[in-house]
Design a protein around this ligand. Structure first.
Ligand SMILES: [Cu+2]
Length: 405
């Protein structure tokens, strides 16, 4: 049996208000986060007390900045506190709705767990400040992942959603390693177009072992390959998304949403178009300069000879993207849909490609081997001209630097 404890929010004010005879102005928020006291090392890392991961995110609205400087109204998820994963010894969570409104991130906060761990993911709906007319709830849908139970799927019909001011805790048993993403499934075409999309990765139990592949030893792997063939030195997210500026403007201006005409004219990697992809600095919110809304690093860097794992996904509502690199080396696709590319008899079905086509909802694990690549700056980019723009501005969109040193 696991002991369960709760973090209480707003409880300090409650007794004072009750003493004063006033109705409580704040409801308590309980974030479910059990202690790992079963003595079992579920993720196989030698530590019996770290198999439960608690993450608390928000769902709401905010602003992102496009590479041409345009402010874009978004819906997305954000960090509920400044500790992720949730740190029980950190400052208490207070006034999440008030403090985290208009602090959506693009992409949504990265979530990473290890195979065997249990993830308690609490999502608090902090409301859409600019759209008080919308009473949409939000949810978390872990795309392509085998869930412990349908109620944690995030699809609004069979599973709970969180109304404004409400929270819901999702439970996942991370038994399948791989590259995944999550998104809100409420009014999915709208909320995903608006930006409710994030990465969620499960590291395999094999991580930490040493396997030699092609004469090189690796300790980190995309999957439990048994032979080191998915070994890598560095990993990077390559989350391909697009925004339709007209759709976002219509949402901000409480207009009629142009679903039928939806067309992403801002294509991005990790919430940035080129040249913002090749800038190290986080991008702050134009309406709240102290808050960084776009923090995901997007420059791909490696030392010559290293193997780089690109965790690729396409979460665009309208586009199939095709990506390639200027390194002169093909890409080796070792995983697709959160599964290693192996046949039922274990046969290697990995693919070696110069151009990778990624449809909406697809996710791939791609190894870029830099052996033999002369140090220098190269590019990863979309092969379709229309995806290389920031609105009307050319030479932007899905392109970022690969720096080999
Ligand atoms: Cu939503």
């Amino acid at each position: 049996m696991k002991a369960i404890h709760y973090f209480k929010i707003g409880l300090i004010a409650l007794p004072l208000l009750l003493l004063a005879g006033a109705p409580p102005a704040m409801a308590a928020l309980d974030v479910q986060c059990p202690e790992d006291v079963d003595g079992i090392d579920a993720d196989g890392d030698g530590n019996v007390a770290n198999d439960i991961v608690c993450v608390h995110i928000t769902g709401g609205d905010g602003f992102a900045t496009m590479a041409d400087g345009r402010r874009m109204y978004i819906f997305s998820f954000g960090n509920a506190n400044d500790h992720q994963p949730l740190d029980p010894t950190g400052p208490p969570l207070t006034r999440v709705v008030a403090n985290k409104a208009l602090k959506a991130q693009l992409p949504a906060p990265q979530i990473t767990v290890r195979q065997g761990q249990e993830l308690y993911l609490t999502m608090t709906n902090v409301s859409m400040v600019l759209r008080p007319d919308l009473f949409d709830p939000h949810s978390v849908h872990w795309h392509g992942f085998p869930n412990a139970a349908p109620i944690f799927d995030g699809l609004p019909e069979p599973s709970p959603t969180a109304n404004m001011g409400a929270s819901f805790t999702y439970y996942y048993k991370a038994e399948q390693p791989g590259t995944f993403f999550y998104h809100c499934h409420v009014e999915a075409a709208e909320h995903m177009q608006m930006g409710m999309i994030g990465n969620i990765w499960v590291y395999p139990r094999q991580d930490g072992e040493t396997h030699t592949y092609n004469g090189r030893a690796y300790t980190r792997f995309a999957y439990n390959d048994g032979d080191g063939s998915t070994g890598y030195d560095r990993e990077y997210p390559v989350q391909l998304i697009g925004f339709d500026a007209n759709f976002h403007d219509a949402s901000e201006n409480v207009g009629i949403l142009p679903f039928a005409d939806m067309y992403d004219n801002y294509s991005m990697i990790n919430g940035r178009g080129y040249p913002d992809t090749s800038r190290d600095a986080p991008i702050s919110n134009q309406d709240d300069p102290a808050f960084n809304a776009q923090i995901t690093p997007t420059i791909i860097q490696a030392s010559a000879g290293e193997r780089v794992l690109l965790r690729v996904s396409n979460i665009s509502s309208t586009h199939i993207y095709a990506i390639t690199t200027t390194t002169g080396k093909p890409m080796k696709v070792v995983g697709r849909g959160g599964a290693i590319l192996r046949g039922p008899d274990g046969k290697d079905t990995s693919m070696t490609l110069n151009v990778l086509n990624v449809g909406g909802g697809q996710h791939y694990d791609v190894i870029l081997d830099t052996a033999g690549v002369t140090p220098g700056t190269y590019f990863l980019y979309a092969t379709t001209l229309a995806d290389l723009s920031n609105g009307d501005q050319e030479r932007g969109g899905i392109m970022t630097e690969i720096r080999i040193n």
